[in-house]
Write a protein that binds this ligand. Structure first.
Ligand SMILES: [Zn+2]
Length: 441
């Protein structure tokens, strides 16, 4: 039985018209039904943010939630990952989180997946209408972003094909700071478009560490980066080895004494060396609430989505600001195609060589396979396909692309998704440009 009044607030959003509603919003009771019965949302991560997200989504009326996480519960999680108890320590987070949410919110189905996100195939991710990310690593975000953006197809007019879009809502927290953002592949900037926004990890100038340490962290980093190599040459440092960590702590403590700096503790040493930023439960709750609300907006259109990046700072008071980041029109991951101009005489073989030499692509490709409008031009594997497509290598690319420029799909073992390359041929596709130049002077 549902608790009385449990859905009252959701009904206020779904059963009433308003001035902020999204395009084509029709208030009706069926919206709540379809949110509960039809829509499927995936939550990635069942840690600090993930626990909050699962609870928030279940209480917002989402009835079919899947959750994936590769971790097991550690005793240090219990202060904020509130779905877990002492007797759950050692069990998979996804499994326990799913059970607890289903116990507390009757009628909601949460399917756990205990494992790495890389282990799931494309078909797994394609099942979901929305993906909510509660992750703590850039690598995992990049990975899922590439997967979801590779589903994206573009119409002939360059607009993204709606059925191929899976929106993502991404939350992130770091101590008292956090962000929530909405990524609609092909429409708003993807994670890769704005990769430059994430600051590099904090590092200290070596001269400060060596000459003028001013904080406990400076003393710890000095021992970690310099003294270890001097005093234990050939012994590679392992942050998970307690003896190594104790050694760093003891030396750093002595160094801090010399410089009359207080505050070097064993746990701070671990934090600095492993680059751990303390997780704050309230930050997770705030960011997750923003993410769950955005997920609800996308699912029901009860309000227009945030445009498109909200940052939150709780260090001194509470401050938030929402800003609109711009898409990179030539993004390697989400754009309709990275422009690439070639001579109309080149062979497919030469084209592949040019790709491998190009500074934009060379780190990302090793043995690219090329297709054009679902036709395989050259496949590196399996051997049967390689043999079948090998004769194309000597054909002019211009002929293979039916004497027109267009988008080639490039696949490579090194890529998570696909790379779209928008090929134009010198002297063939620039009639419009020529006219412009002639007319404009
Ligand atoms: Zn992008």
């Amino acid at each position: 039985m549902d608790m009385q009044g449990r859905w009252e607030d959701i009904d206020h959003l779904l059963l009433r018209q308003g001035t902020l509603v999204g395009p084509e919003f029709e208030p009706c009771a069926e919206l709540r039904e379809s949110l509960h019965n039809d829509l499927r949302v995936l939550v990635i991560g069942a840690g600090g943010l993930g626990c909050e997200l699962l609870k928030d989504l279940a209480l917002s009326g989402f009835g079919n939630i899947d959750v994936i996480d590769m971790d097991t519960i550690d005793v240090s999680n219990l202060n904020r990952q509130f779905l877990f108890r002492m007797h759950d320590v050692g069990k998979p987070k996804a499994v326990v989180a799913a059970e607890k949410v289903m116990q507390r919110v009757k009628g909601v189905k949460v399917v756990p997946h205990y494992g790495r996100i890389e282990e799931k195939d494309d078909e797994f991710y394609r099942q979901f209408q929305i993906i909510a990310l509660g992750l703590d690593s850039l690598e995992a975000r990049s990975y899922i972003n590439s997967v979801v953006c590779s589903f994206l197809e573009y119409e002939a007019d360059g607009s993204p094909a709606l059925p191929t879009i899976i929106p993502m809502v991404d939350g992130g927290t770091e101590g008292f700071k956090g962000h929530a953002r909405v990524i609609i592949p092909g429409v708003t900037p993807c994670f890769y478009c704005t990769l430059g926004l994430f600051p590099p990890q904090v590092t200290y100038p070596l001269c400060t560490l060596a000459e003028t340490p001013r904080s406990p962290a400076h003393c710890i980093e000095y021992v970690h980066l310099i003294q270890w190599g001097q005093e234990r040459p050939g012994d590679s440092f392992d942050a998970d080895n307690p003896e190594h960590m104790k050694w760093i702590f003891d030396k750093a403590f002595k160094r801090a004494e010399q410089f009359k700096i207080a505050g070097v503790t064993y746990s701070l040493t671990q934090g600095v060396v492993k680059n751990i930023i303390p997780a704050i439960a309230s930050t997770n709750a705030i960011i997750s609430a923003a993410c769950a609300l955005e997920t609800l907006k996308i699912a029901t259109m009860c309000c227009r989505s945030m445009d498109n990046y909200m940052m939150y700072m709780g260090t001194q008071g509470v401050y938030t600001h929402t800003l609109s980041h711009e898409k990179d029109p030539n993004c390697l991951v989400c754009s309709p195609g990275v422009p690439f101009e070639v001579d109309s005489s080149i062979s497919l073989q030469k084209f592949i060589e040019l790709l491998l030499e190009d500074p934009q692509f060379k780190d990302k490709l090793s043995k690219p396979s090329i297709s054009y409008q679902k036709r395989n031009l050259y496949m590196q594997a399996p051997p049967v396909l390689e043999e079948m497509t090998r004769p194309h290598l000597n054909s002019p690319l211009f002929e293979l692309m039916e004497k027109a420029g267009g988008t080639l799909n490039v696949n490579d073992k090194k890529l998570t998704g696909i790379l779209r390359v928008n090929v134009s041929f010198r002297g063939h596709n620039d009639t419009v440009m020529d006219m412009d130049t002639a007319g404009g002077g």
